[in-house]
Design a protein around this ligand. Structure first.
Ligand code: 9D3
Length: 247
């Protein structure tokens, strides 16, 4: 290689198994994520699970053993889709998106983004046959306690959260700023021009030019908002804040 020539690292690889490939790239086909994909920072490979249906009716789901509402995705069809999608020698987690999964966190997002990529399985129906999940090393993740129609929007959320952490996607200044907010506090409120809007003035401290006072005002606002909106975060962050002040 010529000296000075930029090295091109391997793209971060995403494979999505879905019955609705037309939902991809969807919102990942614009703005930040799209530009990163054009620059080969990441790539998207969509697999239609229906391709792996093998009986004469191309069936992918069936009634649950034991009875009950809804349909269940067949393990043989999904297993065939998984096994032909995972490249030999690939070191990528396989994740099934399900409301029964472990809640996704920013720290898991950081781990996933730091690897070679991810394979995401989107369910439809009531769920998938349990045996396919245990026979392969499949992690189960949820994106929160509310009900979606399927795993596709959750898969888009996982990819979006990871892609913006890949080197070169978000500017250095912005990602540094973000790190300072990964201390478990919600962010302080923002203001821009005009100075007066609908009779409300920008807080005077932000116009003072006193950076020490601005920092401590923002910190106090962040703590207040976290306490009010996210008692769950405050339990951990509040103790940390008290420690910081004691130092
Ligand atoms: C009454 C049983 N339902 C569970 C709450 C069944 C069910 C509802 C919705 C099964 C699957 C779904 C579709 N949802 C997802 O595939 C999903 C999801 C979600 O609904 N919420 C949060 N995270 C996720 S990840 C995948």
């Amino acid at each position: 290689m010529m000296s000075g020539e930029a090295i091109q690292p391997k793209p971060w690889l995403t494979t999505v198994l879905t019955l609705y490939p037309e939902m991809f790239p969807g919102p990942l086909g614009i703005a930040l994520a799209e530009r990163a994909r054009e620059r080969s920072i990441w790539s998207l490979d969509c697999v239609n699970i229906r391709q792996y249906a093998h009986d004469k009716h191309h069936s992918i789901d069936d009634e649950p053993y034991g009875g009950g509402p809804g349909m269940v995705m067949r393990p043989d069809v999904l297993a065939a889709a998984i096994d032909s999608s995972i490249a030999a020698g690939a070191h990528r987690p396989i994740i099934y998106l399900t409301p029964r999964g472990t809640p996704l966190t920013q720290s898991r997002v950081r781990e996933i983004a730091s690897g070679e990529g991810v394979t995401l399985i989107c369910g439809r129906f009531e769920g998938v046959d349990e045996r396919v999940l245990t026979s392969r090393d499949i992690e189960q993740l949820s994106i929160g306690d509310y009900v979606l129609s399927g795993g596709e929007i959750a898969a888009l959320a996982v990819i979006d959260a990871c892609v913006r952490l890949l080197p070169g996607v978000v500017g250095a200044a912005e990602s540094l700023h973000e790190e300072s907010f990964e201390q478990g506090l919600l962010e302080y409120p923002h203001y821009t021009r005009p100075r007066s809007f609908e009779g409300k003035d920008v807080p005077a401290v932000l116009l003072s030019g006193n950076h020490e006072r601005i920092r401590s005002w923002r910190r106090a606002q962040a703590e207040k908002i976290t306490r009010e909106r996210r008692a769950d975060l405050w339990v951990d962050a509040g103790a940390e804040c008290a420690n910081q002040r004691a130092k």
